[in-house]
Design a protein around this ligand. Sequence first.
Ligand SMILES: [Fe+2]
Ligand SMILES: [Fe+2]
Length: 193
Amino acid sequence: MNVLKELIREHTHILQGIQYLEMARSALENNLSPPAAFFHTAALFFSNYADQLHHFKEEYLLFSLLAAKKGGKIDLEMGALRHQHELNRRSIKKIKSSLNGYEADNEISTTALLEGLAAYISILKRHINREDQFFFPMAESELSDSEKELLHTRFLEEASGSNTKQLIAGNLDRLKEMKKLISNFYSHHDLEN
Ligand SMILES: [Fe+2]
Ligand SMILES: [Fe+2]
């Protein structure tokens, strides 16, 4: 397993989830109301898979190893990426806290939901592009072979835990559930993807 390739592979699942969020956002913009269950499932997927699993690996395994390099460019970029992780956590919180009101058809809560979604989608897409195209290639060239080996070992330790395996399987199921809920909604409202 190449560690950086593994992180990029996780991005494809996250981007899949973002695609469903974009469908939901578009429906909200058109004054339609996708089922609250979709947003509950999405909030769990993004907080557990994107944040707890993926961002954890980046921040505590990869960034901490790179921090020892103390390269100006790397430090600045890591600070920006951490900041984006933090903004994303806040957007997910906003989305979660809007859902009770959304279910009660409260327009202010629906606006908060839309605000949280729009910020989350937009920042996360830029973030993933930056990591894939710029930060990971930079990390690849900065890390020595022995550091890559160490990182690889830490990733394997992390991946082998039964909690992690369960977390991944459960969240890939959530991704399927999100697809089902939003696709059904679209077909009932005669909407195009
Ligand atoms: Fe990240
Ligand atoms: Fe990432």
